[in-house]
Design a protein around this ligand. Sequence first.
Ligand SMILES: Cc1cc2nc3c(=O)[nH]c(=O)nc-3n(C[C@H](O)[C@H](O)[C@H](O)COP(=O)(O)OP(=O)(O)OC[C@H]3O[C@@H](n4cnc5c(N)ncnc54)[C@H](O)[C@@H]3O)c2cc1C
Length: 383
Amino acid sequence: MARLADHFLSEEHLIFREQTRRFVQDKLAPHVDEWEEKKHFPGEVYQWLGDAGLLGVTAPEEMGGAGGDLFYAMIFAEEMCRSGSSGLAAGVGSLGISLPPLIHHGTPEQVDKFVRPVLAGKKVSALGVTEPGAGSDVASIRTRAVRDGDHYIVNGAKSFITSGTRADFITTVVRTGGEGFGGISLLVIESNRDGFSVARNMPKMGWHASDTAELAFDNVRVPVENLIGSENGGFYLLMENFASERLSLAFMAVEMAQLAFEESMKYVQDRRAFGKTLAGHQVTRHKLAEMVAGIDLCRTYNYALAARIIAGDNPMMEVAIAKNKSVDMASEVIDQAVQLHGGYGYMREFLVERLYRDIRLFPIGGGTREVMNEIISKMILPR
Ligand SMILES: Cc1cc2nc3c(=O)[nH]c(=O)nc-3n(C[C@H](O)[C@H](O)[C@H](O)COP(=O)(O)OP(=O)(O)OC[C@H]3O[C@@H](n4cnc5c(N)ncnc54)[C@H](O)[C@@H]3O)c2cc1C
């Protein structure tokens, strides 16, 4: 099938893809059905991935990473989705959204204490932005960190936190100053501190292999040295972080569409109706053609965008476009894949059923479709 996007990749990227695919297919994919049913994957998965050098593929080598460019992170995200569980990809991927502020703005002590053990697969990290009362409107978060000598006292709550039930620490967005964006900081909060608790693991529609937690902070004393960057300077760090999270969701969505397409290709060449295979009906063939076209267009856009970011640009509008268009395309392709599977498409034992549930998160998580459209419209309209 067409893969125009591969023209952006070097021989080394393609080798990395092959190796990662083999690892994911041999070590992870065989367990995915069980982990999805149990709504949990074992902690050793982090260790397996750490030992294979697959955590932190873009983190600097001196921090325990592999020092690769952005394509490596995106290839890793794609291949993790090819395990058949984007929930597993998201559970493991919580390090990809919680570590970057520490990698780019952390002190050497923070890197030693927090980054290295996560990249080695020995600790788990999560990102805590969303609150029960504030999601899209990040500037109105209320979890407060009040300075008390060389500590902060943290009170508040976070919701929907991926890997929150098992994280050793949470890169947490807290209010250290006044109202709005200018009063926000990023603080690392370890889960073994007094006053920290997991209020509950939230049951959900899809992403079953991952956990999604509600967290409570009740007078949690956190040392000032856990502050990332400057006090009240957290918003810029957060925006940087959102961009890479959104791009990675766009790549994941395209790969989920790819999986749905591949499942459909197998099914329609096997299933017969009215004296021929489903693939023998022109309507089916056209559906497959539209799937390929949508996947290839979005994938190529995303790879071109990643190339621009690697070259040093910060294309916020294009990242928002990539997320919305990839997610819309994937939602449509997966819906069509379920349709092509008929009744079997509605059954748990067919991958397209899981893809259908899992893709529903994508226009919500990491910034909703409407928030992406806000970003795009602010860029194109004069204020
Ligand atoms: C499975 C899952 C995993 C998650 N993992 C994490 C995580 O690890 N860490 C974390 O911090 N968060 C996480 N989230 C939270 C996620 O990022 C938020 O759900 C998302 O940002 C939306 O926030 P909200 O749910 O509060 O919705 P709201 O902000 O309340 O939005 C509700 C609706 O209103 C719309 N809306 C809001 N503002 C506007 C506007 N100005 N104009 C038009 N429409 C608007 C939204 O688009 C949406 O449709 C996760 C969520 C889920 C479901």
